[in-house]
Design a protein around this ligand. Structure first.
Ligand code: ADP
Ligand code: MG
Length: 226
């Protein structure tokens, strides 16, 4: 059980989800933005995939996430490039060493959210990726706090991200490009919240889809130091 293997699988799964969801993200951003979220994210995803395929990939989970963050910052563009890039770099910095453990993953997810909020200053209800990201982190850490395992935590986070993304539909955007539309932004799902739902769905999928139960992450306890 190695954290770097999970980080690699998560990044690969997120990149695949973004590539498969490119058209949907673009359609969502066309409704309330400038229609580039899908293509921007897909460009970043392809750089991350190439990084994972290279021989000399960074070693630890933290290094992998940091490297992915750099690539997303450099290649995604738009608001999302800086926000996702910084989130991944913050997650990477929060995961030093070889065996970070599930609780540390919760801390890392929180550090990623903190970076997004520090940069974008969005609060809950502003109709941004924060409306999916924040409830996902809360759900993940709540499972850990009551002694749950990584499978439960990641599954709860994915469900919360999905509900959070859906909750942006009736909101009026107060941050980002969609805010220029005022009340006309109401009735549409926020594209960044949709890609954040993909981020947490891919984490849950990779955590729970171990081919061999021996090597599955699903039963790892969310306990300090594990
Ligand atoms: P741009 O708006 O520059 O074209 P993208 O289309 O790539 O960038 O990304 C748009 C998404 O970025 C939005 O749907 C929203 O979720 C997110 N976003 C924009 N501004 C902010 C912000 N200040 N805080 C958090 N997320 C934001
Ligand atoms: Mg856009």
């Amino acid at each position: 059980m190695q954290d770097d293997a999970l980080a690699r699988a998560w990044l690969r799964g997120f990149a695949r989800a973004v590539e498969e969801g490119e058209d949907r993200l673009t359609a969502l951003d066309s409704a309330i933005g400038d229609g580039d979220h899908g293509i921007n994210m897909r460009r970043g995803a392809s750089h991350v995939r190439r990084m994972l395929l290279r021989d000399q990939v960074p070693g630890t989970a933290g290094e992998l996430l940091d490297e992915a963050g750099l690539l997303l910052r450099d290649h995604v563009g738009g608001s999302a490039g800086v926000l996702y890039g910084s989130a991944f770099q913050a997650m990477g910095a929060a995961l030093p060493g070889d065996r970070a453990g599930a609780v540390r993953l919760g801390d890392a997810l929180q550090a990623g959210l903190d970076a997004v909020v520090r940069l974008g200053a969005a609060v809950a209800g502003d109709k941004t990726m924060v409306d999916a990201y924040a409830p996902a982190v809360t759900a993940f850490r709540a499972v850990c706090a009551r002694g749950g395992d990584l499978g439960e935590a990641a599954t709860a986070a994915a469900a919360a991200a999905k509900t959070g993304a859906r909750s942006t539909v009736p909101m009026q955007a107060r941050k980002g490009r969609a805010s220029y539309l005022g009340y006309r932004s109401v009735g549409h799902l926020d594209p960044g919240a949709a890609s954040t739902e993909m981020l947490f769905r891919s984490l849950a999928t990779e955590v729970t889809a171990g081919p061999d139960p021996e090597f599955s992450y699903v039963r790892i306890a969310c306990m300090p130091g594990v």
